[in-house]
Design a protein around this ligand. Structure first.
Ligand code: DX5
Ligand code: ZN
Length: 224
């Protein structure tokens, strides 16, 4: 599973023109559209919900990768599926019954992922890696775009890769990184085993826009 995927985060797009921005990202070579959902509880910020997800579904044909930074995500999974999510990632920290929530996502016909915050150990994923398609290693504390990359993140990605190898899941589970990803940090996480890069400010905040930023990010990340 070495093909590198780029998932621009719509949080950094012009929120007044989300459909246009999503199409721009798709035309620029984005693989997935990353939708950051925040509830003002698990994280301090409030962002998009099922309504915006539905609007993005109508705007673009590439997969919608929904990152739920919300408490009790099980209450809203069906709504996001109905709105057109193709993949749903929940935080390990929000789910005491993580296996049940992952199954709920799978049973709804959507691809499940689990995210861990910077302070959450990789080892906490050992019993769930057999059931998910993606592990999201947060490379900033979730809540806001534009934060600096946490320096020990490549090592953590490496430990995640190691866990997947030990579990025999290396070929089946993608490692995604999110936060502070740009041309400087991308090669370091890709070398450590990341295969999906989420990037907000580096894509929508770039001077040349997504058209320049996405190919630049791919080139900087190397052959993977
Ligand atoms: C952070 C979000 C990220 C964020 C990334 O809580 O999950 O997806 O938008 O933004 P950048 O790429 O600007 O760090
Ligand atoms: Zn995210």
């Amino acid at each position: 599973m070495s093909e590198l995927l780029i998932a621009p985060s719509m949080l950094a797009a012009d929120l007044g023109q989300l459909s246009r921005e999503a199409r721009l990202a798709e035309d620029a070579g984005a693989d997935w559209i990353h939708v950051d959902v925040m509830d003002g509880q698990f994280v301090p910020n409030l962002t998009m919900g099922p309504g915006v997800t539905r609007a993005l579904r109508a705007a673009t044909s590439i997969p919608l990768d929904v990152h739920l930074m919300i408490e009790t995500p099980e209450r809203l999974i069906d709504e996001f599926v109905d709105a057109g999510a193709d993949r749903i990632t929940v935080h390990q920290e929000t789910c005491p019954h993580l296996h049940r929530v992952v199954q709920q996502i799978r049973d709804a016909g959507v691809s499940p992922g689990v995210a861990i915050n910077p302070a959450t150990p990789v080892e906490s994923l050992r019993e769930i890696v057999s059931f998910v398609d993606l592990i999201l290693v947060m490379t900033v504390n979730p809540g806001f775009g534009g934060q600096p990359f946490i320096p020990n993140s490549p090592q953590k990605v490496g430990r995640t890769h190691q866990l997947l190898v030990e579990s025999g899941r290396e070929a089946k589970v993608r490692i995604q990184v999110d936060g502070g990803i740009g041309v400087e940090t991308a090669p370091r996480v890709v070398e450590a085993g990341a295969t999906v890069l989420v990037a907000g400010s580096a894509v929508f905040g770039a001077e040349g826009g997504p058209n320049q930023a996405i190919p630049q990010l791919r080139a900087a990340a190397g052959p993977g």
